[in-house]
Write a protein that binds this ligand. Structure first.
Ligand code: X8Z
Ligand code: ZN
Length: 603
């Protein structure tokens, strides 16, 4: 158990400013009144900001951007002020829960407000505009009828998934990445202002604040990441070696070299972050066409709402109450034809109570079916912790929020799909390698990508990477971790990090790396709770109340306790650990080792 003293020690490790000693020491009762009051203020202002953000994200105009920026400016300045005032209580002895709420108050902001109010206003405007630029991004090309045809990111993602023409892929890739060029200057200013905000709270830079949110000193967290990455790296290198060979067979040695990194436009995804769309090019020999869930969804006449309903049914089968009627009335499930929206999928908790929503431009594909489960995981988490004090209404750490829906999606096995009537027959177990390969192209391929985005941002915040070399350093990391290279020559005219949503949208990314590993650990936990003893990749906890109870117990804790306790509630384990992921893919690793004989791994 974390005691008050340990928390104070943590605050010291994080180098948070200590109280100004001059006045009379405050009392524990004052501390409690202070956090309760902060809770109430933040709940009110955050709800207002959420409403403004929702309207902005589902209807991007100059006005909605300005309104959202203003709401966030008010929230940000009050929140940062509260965080500073919380330091008064650093030396007071208070109960554990109050100490934790004081700590969370200091760690709450993604970007704290800089001390100068004019700069706070400037920062919130820049943030709204960066996300808007991403949301409005399009690539235009001459259409078949001679008229210009403009593709948004949803259309471009489809193209990247489906086209097998390297030239078309390269043009689409280059076209999309051009949308980020104008972001560069604003991004550099955001870094400057964000660092000022972090410094105002006693953090060396914004990256240190981002790394401080994991119940351990920031440096220890960075070491944890290295440990987890090293666990999975051999599997990634095997997958990379195999996929590179298969792509070389498809596209020829001039396009894909025998050694060295893979060109980033050939992996079926705009960012080469997941590779499952190239499964048909790399499928095991003699495999049947594989489980084509996209085709099944289409054949069954599923539409976006129907797919979301199916996702909801998984959660209700575990014992969760159905989503409120307002979820179905207020969510955005498809891209409106008449306006710009931020299509990047997200789950919302507008009033931190029951006004849950999803925003997603759903296409009837297997990939989006998985993403729906991902988003619903956020929504069910949000509702599970809504009885906690406001400052505890969050996940155990941000990786947990991202992991829950994916954990459930790991139970979307062929057996489950048969059970709900989406497929007629379960594939024979001899087809497991194909299914595992499909899965690895999603989950294993993502590992280095998940890690590098914030490796880059942390270095930017610390000043190790400057605006003069933003792009070059980005590609160094992409090559180092992912073993991919840019399809066309890049320069510092480009700002390729900005073409990935979370960079202009100011969303920390390490959470997805953590979630990629955690989801297998949580899956193992619920499978054990359900008494399933077979291979992890065939376990589905659909309809299992014990698994649901385990999950509910962890979700309801919110962030009220340090994350190892939440992890233990669901898995009995206190450390993040990639062995569940390795166990899940063990048959595939064996198969890849066979396939890769005679190949030189790495790049
Ligand atoms: O952004 C997301 C979710 C919303 S939280 C759709 N994801 C990351 C991404 O798309 O880059 C899910 C996996 C990684
Ligand atoms: Zn998410």
């Amino acid at each position: 158990m974390r005691t008050t003293r340990t928390c104070a020690a943590l605050a010291a490790l994080l180098a948070l400013p200590t109280a100004v000693a001059a006045q009379a020491p405050p009392t524990a009762a004052e501390a409690k009144t202070f956090v309760d009051d902060a809770d109430a203020q933040l709940l009110k202002l955050s709800t207002e900001a959420q409403r403004a953000d929702w309207v902005k994200s589902t209807f991007i105009t100059d006005d909605t951007e300005a309104i959202a920026a203003r709401a966030n400016e008010v929230l940000s300045s009050i929140q940062t002020d509260l965080a500073k005032r919380a330091t008064r209580f650093d030396v007071v002895s208070v109960p554990d829960d109050v100490r934790r709420r004081l700590l969370l108050l200091k760690l709450y902001a993604v970007v704290p407000a800089p001390p100068d109010p004019a700069e706070t206003a400037e920062l919130t405007r820049i943030l709204a505009s960066l996300e808007g630029t991403y949301g409005k991004g399009k690539w235009c090309r001459p259409g078949a009828d001679g008229k210009e045809e403009c593709l948004d990111i949803t259309a471009l993602e489809r193209l990247m998934a489906e086209s097998r023409d390297p030239k078309v892929l390269q043009d689409a890739w280059t076209g999309w990445h051009a949308i980020a060029r104008p972001m560069r200057k604003d991004f550099a200013r955001y870094v400057e202002l964000g660092n000022k905000g972090a410094a105002g709270l006693g953090f060396k830079d914004l990256g240190v604040l981002w790394r401080a949110k994991y119940d351990m000193p920031p440096d220890a967290f960075a070491r944890e990441l290295d440990r987890l990455y090293e666990q999975v790296k051999p599997l990634y290198v095997s997958l990379h070696t195999y996929v590179r060979r298969k792509l070389r067979e498809k596209y020829g040695p001039d396009v894909v070299p025998a050694q060295g990194p893979i060109p980033a436009h050939l992996l079926g995804n705009m960012w080469a972050q997941t590779w499952d769309n190239v499964y048909p090019l790399v499928a095991p020999q003699g495999a049947d066409p594989g489980l084509d869930l996209t085709a099944r969804l289409v054949a069954k006449g599923m539409d976006p709402r129907g797919m979301t309903k199916a996702g909801e049914r998984f959660f209700t089968s575990l014992g969760f109450a159905p989503l409120p009627a307002t979820f179905w009335e207020r969510s955005l499930f498809t891209k409106p034809a008449d306006r710009d929206v931020v299509c990047h999928a997200s789950a919302w908790d507008i009033d931190f109570a029951d006004d849950l929503r999803m925003k997603m431009c759903i296409q009837v594909t297997a990939e989006d079916f998985r993403t729906i489960h991902h988003e619903l995981g956020h929504n069910f988490y949000q509702r599970a912790y809504n009885r906690q004090p406001f400052l505890f209404r969050d996940s155990a750490n941000d990786g947990f929020h991202e992991a829950v829906g994916d954990t459930v999606a790991l139970s979307v096995t062929p057996a489950y799909l048969k059970q709900i009537g989406l497929i007629d027959a379960e594939p024979d177990p001899s087809k497991d390698v194909g299914l595992l390969l499909q899965m690895a192209l999603d989950k294993v391929a993502f590992i280095p990508f998940g890690l590098l985005i914030d490796q880059w941002r942390w270095k930017v915040f610390s000043g190790e990477i400057t605006a003069a070399n933003y792009n070059a350093e980005w590609w160094k990391l992409r090559e180092k971790y992912q073993g991919v290279r840019a399809p066309t020559p890049r320069s510092e005219q480009d700002f390729d990090p900005g073409a990935k949503y979370h960079v202009p949208a100011n969303v920390p990314y390490m959470r997805y790396f953590l979630a990629d590993i955690l989801q297998f650990q949580l899956h193992r936990g619920v499978c054990r709770a359900a008494g399933q003893t077979g291979p992890l990749h065939r376990c589905s906890v659909y309809g299992n109340a014990q698994a649901g109870e385990r999950m509910q117990k962890m979700l309801a804790m919110g962030v009220s306790r340090p994350w190892p306790e939440a992890l233990a509630a669901m898995t009995g384990e206190k450390q993040m650990d990639a062995t569940a992921m390795l166990d899940y893919f063990a048959p595939l690793q064996k198969w890849l080792d066979e396939q890769n004989k005679g190949q030189t791994p790495g790049w």
